[in-house]
Design a protein around this ligand. Structure first.
Ligand SMILES: Cc1ncc(COP(=O)(O)O)c(C=O)c1O
Length: 438
């Protein structure tokens, strides 16, 4: 193990394995990364589902440089700077109708914590302070802080801290159903009734004790699970019926992945809060946010004018550098019509990824907008290892994809060309064909 790599304890990484055979990225431009040796890698995941406008965007670099030269830092508590307000307005301009206030954070995880706290305090402010229970979903990913971990449902992320989770959390069942929905194109047909599990939890706890439901409109990190047809609508109806807030975690689905600014618009279901991060700054500067419905925001604005309404925030909330990156990013999305572009290219993407059906070991292909996952038959000797094996060999073959268990996930920058879709999927097909039993 090289000493030079030793000090950095890498996140979500097999550190010893990595340091024995590192995979380094030294440069990026457009649809590509380059390794330190100069090998070109086609980016099939937009970095980590975040570089939606493609790499090396000069407009963002210029905006960030100007902003840093002008205002390196401004305290966000009881003080403000113009770009923070501009960015909040720009987000509201592309948001679902009625969602008109933005609370800034530095990551998706922090956006989730903030959304959960806002939901809990909202009920309290309305005199509904027994509404404290939170409901997540199996296989959900809501970041790595304790609130998000508690409502999340990815077992490997939870098990080491199982004894320290938030109390009063339940989980809806996940929507993955291989026997009924394998190789669905777009939204699967079966599973809307899984939303009715919320009725069961209401019957168990009583609605007067439940604060919020949080789901990803398309579960991402667990391996891309588009919602069954009608599922999100049903969840919305049940939340309305029982006075429960609905939170969409759009950290992955936000900013064009579905062909709209937010999946809420693509699926025509408006939640009460939306969490976002990643594509907000094209991955350039850490930033997250919570988008909130007017009624929720307004419920906080009823006490004395001099009282702080929400005792929550971060030193770097709405950091000037991040705000500048966000403004430049949203400008690119709009100017280049990148969300609309996803709608246009999605059928080509769908055909391309579904061409992998029939390859050895491929048991499912799932897609929506510009995101997809390929599911493999697990190796009996090493279940869960096949996604990583595919990822490493794909990287050696010149494409960056994402592994999750026995899956490959892909979510390329929204600027991807048809020929690059062919290259990405063609290379993955070669890698799958060359797979040796594990
Ligand atoms: C749906 C969802 N929520 C939250 C997060 C956490 O975001 P971050 O890694 O910026 O904390 C992620 C990250 O992938 C995510 O996919």
């Amino acid at each position: 193990m090289s000493n030079q790599l030793e000090a950095f304890w890498m996140p979500f990484t097999a550190n010893r394995q990595f340091k024995a055979k590192p995979r380094l990225l030294a440069r990026a431009q457009g649809m590509h990364y380059w390794t330190p040796e100069g090998r070109q890698i086609l980016d099939g995941v937009a970095g980590l589902w975040c570089v939606n406008a493609g790499h090396g965007r000069q407009e963002i670099t210029a905006a960030v440089t100007r902003s840093m030269e002008n205002l390196d830092y401004a305290p966000p508590f009881q003080m403000g700077h113009p770009q923070a307000f501009e960015l909040a307005n720009a987000i509201v301009n592309i948001a679902p109708a009625g969602m008109d206030h933005v609370f800034f954070t530095n990551s998706g995880s922090e956006a989730v914590e903030s959304a959960l706290k806002i939901a809990l305090q909202y009920h309290r402010l309305r005199g509904d302070s027994s509404r404290t229970r939170l409901i997540g979903r199996e296989r959900g990913y809501h970041g790595v802080n304790f609130g998000g971990l508690s409502v999340g449902g990815m077992v490997a992320n939870r098990k080491a801290w199982a004894g320290s989770m938030l109390p009063g959390v339940d989980h809806l069942p996940h929507t993955f159903n291989l026997s009924k929905n394998a190789f669905s194109r777009g939204l699967p047909e079966h599973g809307a009734e899984l939303a009715d599990e919320l009725e069961r939890l209401v019957a168990l706890h009583d609605a007067s004790n439940i604060a919020a439901v949080i789901v990803e409109p398309i579960a991402g990190s667990t391996g891309v699970l588009p919602p069954p047809k009608g599922y999100l609508q049903r969840l919305r109806q049940l939340c309305d019926k029982h006075g429960i807030l609905l939170i969409f975690d759009e950290v992955i689905t936000g900013f064009g992945r579905t062909g709209e600014a937010f999946a809420a618009q693509a699926f025509d279901v408006t939640p009460d809060l939306i969490t976002m991060a990643k594509g907000l700054t094209n991955g350039t500067v850490p930033m997250g946010a919570v988008l909130v419905k007017k009624e929720i925001h307004d419920a906080f604005m009823t006490g004395p004018e001099a009282a702080i309404e929400l005792f929550h925030g971060y030193t770097y909330s709405a950091h000037p550098t991040a705000a500048a990156a966000g403004l430049a990013t949203l400008d690119i999305y709009q100017r280049e019509g990148l969300f609309q572009r996803v709608k246009e290219i999605a059928p080509y993407w769908e055909d391309a990824v579904h061409s992998l059906k029939g390859l050895p070991g491929v048991i499912d292909v799932r897609n929506y907008g510009l995101v997809a996952a390929i599911e493999y038959e697990p190796w009996a000797s090493r279940p869960g290892a096949r996604g990583f094996d595919t990822f490493v060999r794909a990287f050696d073959a010149g494409i960056l994809v994402r592994s999750a268990g026995d899956m490959t996930a892909m979510s390329p920058p929204l600027i991807i060309e048809r020929s690059q879709i062919d290259e990405l999927v063609g290379t993955l097909a070669d890698v799958i064909k060359a797979t040796k039993a594990g």
